[in-house]
Design a protein around this ligand. Structure first.
Ligand code: ZN
Length: 312
């Protein structure tokens, strides 16, 4: 299987084109995460290599997942389409993702990120498609644009022409500094769907604030209306999104629209499998396998990313 939602993480070095804002680096959770994983924030090259090494080891110990779609993260753009670095917390460059995927094509696939607001969005899409990108990831809440905006139709048309799926974050966004959360509403993906893009709503459209779950009805309606609408299973074992996992269990009609993904390095928890092998799943070391086993134990089938996109 392929995990369609894995974050590539890198600190800026002299050549990788990445950026992390000083305020992001100061944040406590970033420091704690680095400390837990044993990454040295003062040595970018070593930390970046250590993260790649960790991904290889995670793949090695997984029985179910053999390839990862690694996601880039574009920044915030000003009204004239130029990068606004003062509003960008974190930028993981397309060049770095493409380079890593080229280095180990049997393990990694490039999920680039293009903010459609950027002046050169179409040219960047052509360039990334030519270099083998299999997916475009957007995070409208943090990238500060409204995916519903009809001005992005040419960008969506080009995505459809290239046959590259669009993976969009949906729901509330915690991990980056708070922006307009309404940009994460799944209904705002309609413009891309109308242009024929294969759209994957991350986290199965879940709102991300626990109970209740206002977006599930939208997921059902959009799945009925658009045959090109899919959703990934990433982050669904986290307490703030688990309600959607239990709703999906009761709606096998939607399983055909689910694509396997985890949101690694976010944790995959085994408690949703309670009563059906929870203890056994908790002992499984690979987070990818844990995610697959939790889904299986709940009777939730999902598709592999390769059913949406022809891969080499
Ligand atoms: Zn994610």
């Amino acid at each position: 299987m392929i995990d369609c939602h894995v974050h590539l993480i890198a600190l800026p070095d002299s050549s990788n084109g990445c950026y992390v804002s000083p305020r992001m680096l100061r944040r406590l959770f970033v420091r704690i995460l680095a400390w837990i994983r044993g990454f040295d924030l003062s040595n970018p090259a070593a930390a970046n290599f250590a993260y790649l090494d960790l991904l290889f080891r995670e793949l090695d110990r997984s029985r179910k997942v053999k390839r990862l779609v690694l996601l880039a993260m574009d920044g915030v753009y000003d009204p004239s389409g130029g990068l606004d670095i003062s509003k960008t917390d974190f930028l993981l460059s397309n060049d770095y993702v493409l380079q890593v995927a080229r280095y180990a094509p049997g393990s990694f696939l490039a999920g680039v990120s293009i903010n459609p607001q950027r002046r050169d969005a179409l040219a960047e899409l052509d360039r990334c498609a030519e270099q083998g990108a299999v997916l475009v990831k957007i995070l409208p809440n943090a990238q500060c644009f409204d995916p519903f905006d009809p001005r992005y139709r040419p960008f969506y048309k080009a995505l459809a022409r290239h046959g590259i799926p669009l993976l969009s974050h949906t729901g509330y966004e915690f991990s980056l500094i708070g922006k307009d959360q309404s940009a994460g509403e799944p209904a705002r993906l309609r413009t891309a769907l109308e242009e024929g893009v294969t759209v994957i709503a991350a986290h199965a459209c879940s709102y991300g604030l626990g109970f209740p779950e206002p977006n599930f009805k939208t997921f059902q309606e959009m799945a009925l209306r658009y045959p090109n609408f899919y959703a990934d299973t990433s982050a669904l074992t986290l307490p703030n999104r688990v309600r959607t996992l239990f709703l999906l269990r009761r709606h096998p009609d939607l399983h055909d629209r689910l694509i396997f993904g985890t949101d690694y390095p976010l944790p995959v928890l085994s408690y949703p499998a309670l009563g059906s092998g929870y203890r056994k799943i908790a002992r499984v070391v690979s987070p990818f396998d844990r995610q697959a086993l939790v889904l299986e134990s709940l009777g939730i089938q999902c598709r592999d990313f390769s059913s949406l996109k022809k891969l080499n």
